[in-house]
Design a binder for this molecule. Sequence first.
Ligand code: 5GP
Ligand code: MG
Ligand code: MG
Length: 178
Amino acid sequence: MKTLLSKEELHDGVARMAAEIERAFEGRQLTIVGVLTGSVVLVADLIRLIHQPMRVGVIQASSYRGATTTRGDLTINSELMLDITGRDVLLVDDIFDTGHTLEKVVAKLHDFGPASVRSAVLLRKEGRQESTYEPDFTAFNIPDEFVVGYGLDYEDMYRNLPYLAALEPDDLERHRSL
Ligand code: 5GP
Ligand code: MG
Ligand code: MG
């Protein structure tokens, strides 16, 4: 695996984004909605760096895919979500790739009558976007490589790595024996 962002670099980027979010939501009550499962590590770190009153909840979005770039059908499950009616919502996801996931989840959130919906992502892959939607806050722009760690998985593994790494072909070999 090739490390793209160290633990320290991740912390600095998330702290920078937290400060931006604080400025943008100053004096407002924030409702954070994390997209399961990839955003759990980011949400845990981010919310402790934002020093203002907030509610925290989750929504689930799943599309079946591994290291490939083919897009599966996206399923959004909002049953676990908190009430966002009339709230200023910040949707948090791990990575913005084609943009379809975030665009669809934002559209879904609007069904619940929030006051506003903005979005924050840890990573944005350069040159991959297929939708006109863009996240309001981005911690890092990264090259087009399949990355794992800090919440991001390959076949549900590697989410616990404290750094961000790009998977290489020999990692896939090793992965099969884990
Ligand atoms: P999009 O709909 O923007 O193309 O894809 C967003 C979702 O695809 C992310 O929430 C994430 O689950 C998955 N994804 C896209 N690129 C990567 C990547 O490089 N690594 C991992 N682990 N997941 C990715
Ligand atoms: Mg995801
Ligand atoms: Mg995944």
